[in-house]
Ligand binder design. Sequence first.
Ligand SMILES: *Cc1c(COP(=O)(O)O)cnc(C)c1O
Length: 235
Amino acid sequence: MQGKVDVAFNLRLVRQRIAEACWRVGRDPREVDLIAVTKAVDPERMKQALAVGLNVFGESRVQELVRKYPDFPGVRWHFIGHLQRNKVKYLAGRVELVHSLDRWPLALEMDRQARRHGGVFRVLVQVNTARESGKFGLLPEEVGGFLREVAGLKGLQVEGLMVMAPFSSDPEEVRPVFRETRALFGRLARETGVTMRYLSMGMSGDYPVAVEEGANLVRVGTAIFGPRECMLKEG
Ligand SMILES: *Cc1c(COP(=O)(O)O)cnc(C)c1O
């Protein structure tokens, strides 16, 4: 069991900070959707979140999502973590949006599984805007060409971009990463035929800055559920 955390209180604070970030830059807070990142969060605490009105959950491990899935009917699941090709089949029909498309072989497998399932995977392309070595995501200059190739796959529908900013204790340091990703998002919307709806950026440490820079999906775990000190065992 995880320690006592007041999910309702935390959630009010997060929503308040999102609203304040919006007001600072003249945005409507209703443009920003909050994804509650439930990785390593126990089901009890997830039920508290449901009780206070959160119903979009983000998971970063396929096994954990599949295990929790049957206990939360009506929840809208987003997959936000690195995705292995051999796990794609478990996500078909379960998730609303995959944030982490980052390579062509994965696109091919997602296309294949979507068709088998008679549906479409809605996806965001993950961008490594900060060019961190060893991190997932396409480089900014690769995304345009990638979108043109993926456009030929009927089982995939690209709806935007996702970025993870480098870790920093000072959120101001990552502002340029968000700003550059936002600029890329706008450029791709103009130059490719793709309807870019979602810009997924911002986590517990930096979501107000991400919202100021144009994020409309934020992925927040710790700030809602507390620290993930007790990792759930993989079952
Ligand atoms: C874990 C995770 C988050 C949430 O992280 P917090 O710092 O707990 O808010 C967001 N996005 C991705 C891709 C993650 O893996």
